[in-house]
Design a protein around this ligand. Sequence first.
Ligand code: GLC
Length: 620
Amino acid sequence: MEQKMVKNVNNTEKIFAQRMEKHQDELRWLYMELYGNDAMYAELCEQIHDYYLKRSTELKKRDIKKEKNPDWFKEKEMLGMMLYIDNFAGNLKGVEKKLAYLKECNVNCLHLMPFLDTPKGKSDGGYAVADFRKVRPDLGTMKDLARLTEKCHENGMNVCMDFVMNHTSEEHEWAKRARAGEGEYMSRYFFYDNGDIPARYEETVPQVFPTTAPGNFTWLPEIGHYVLTTFYPYQWDLNYRNPRVFNEMMYNFLFLANQGMDIIRIDAVPYIWKELGTSCRNLKEVHTIVRMMRMIAEIVCPSVILLGEVVMEPEKVVPYFGTVEKPECHMLYNVTTMATTWNSIATRDIRLLKKQMDIVSRLPKQYTFLNYLRCHDDIGWGLDFDTMKQWGMEEPSHKRYLNDYFTGKIADSISRGELYNDDPVTQDARFCGTTASMCGIEAAGFEGNAEKMQTAIQEDLMLHAYMLTQSGIPMLYSGDELGQVNDYSYKDDAEKASDSRYLHRGAFLWELADKRKDLSTVQGQLFQMLNRLEQIRRQENVFSQEAEVYTYDVHNDSILGILREYKGERFIALFNFSENEQIAWMQEEGIFRNLVNGEIVEVKDPVLKGYEFVWMKYKA
Ligand code: GLC
């Protein structure tokens, strides 16, 4: 018995030593380059070891299993869903009771939206963390969390959570002590006793929330200092020049990983390093820090993957994958594709989307994207305006058109939603609304117009089919599987009223889920068809991440064609982005099988009804 224990300990230490051995030169090099502090580096290594030892045997087994299959998250079987715990099931225990429903939705990757302790009314939807080691009391405890992740794992589900590392809440212990004037804690943030430096920063740093939280600094009269607050005034930016901040945040990261997380979303990562005279976005030190995080994770918890939140243009996003030898994030949001998809809906013109898809499909296959139609945040119009200009479309007027279209101001628009951070200076505005409301389900329901409803359902399904056709992890937003529409009740809540993102963060309506099996209902039609598409994606090998993906020109600017080829199989998908009937002028003839209804079709210039999509595979 004793001998066996000694053997296990030796083995555990051996694994750690091997992983450490692989990374320690580079880790030390990067740490010293950034901090030049031996003592702090030694402390970091000691803690890394400690968190490794504290990691449960079950999770250590999971690490070893996933190390053998490091591409597990790239499999076509992966399907994610993001949800707020309280909206969905009250608390963590409630989510556990609803796992059967999530399984029915084919979900095997559950993104739990921020659930750590956060001050009521000053929480930014949980993105202002007051304690990285405590669950928000009304949602449960750390024990409940660890139990939920365990249950998820038993059910074949991976769990994802946010790691909000750019800032803490002003109620965090460090912030409270800084506000009390303790120098040690003030040095963990950016404090200035006069407005000179803040003013110089403002010259080059853009604003994230120009109307809901203008400016990048907040004046604290009680201590006569300004503090850097890129987001809301109650979210204080952490100063990663201070090695104490980096070390402590890594310990928090490892603590959370040890609760059973499989995916950790690094929130607002481009912002974590600040430099006077720059935009304070995407600086090279950000990449050093992410690379160090990646190595630390590979040493302590190699089953954990990093999802970077980089909501920026493609040139800024891709570097966060790092290089093949020195990878950073495992996965990134396919944000430009998402925004461009909605642009194609408003314009009925797929040219820009086709161009964007060509860019993505030319990237190395090891780059994995998270695909989504929308998330908990607003949609910003980060489109390729240089190309649009060549087609005669100007940025300001086009953005105005998009916002007018999606807020339903344009006569033929079926979308409903609201603007977000409508900036009077730059005249830039972003957009909020659920997928269903953007597709017309809200408008058709309100008018009681059955024909319009069918068109809206078709548009919603076409977009989901398009999302599921792309390589990477598809991430559904909870409620979208049932066509849940906007929730205007946030306006009655003083704490939320000024932030229109709550429009699409409504409580999950279980009465809609009750209708999911009834095909005479909107919910049944959406749920069942989505389910069918998800099953097809799982079964058909052409959806493999290894497949070659191309856009397919059908000489019609309203129809997007995608070709996937894998091991001799040929799959073509067509998506009609207009409400009118359109012809796809195909470049080939042949017999295909429609994967959705099983029909055998001859591909000869097919006619697609408004918002129709086709998934078909070549029949040899
Ligand atoms: C991320 C989150 C967003 C939040 C911000 C600040 O962008 O997605 O919801 O407001 O970070 O933490």
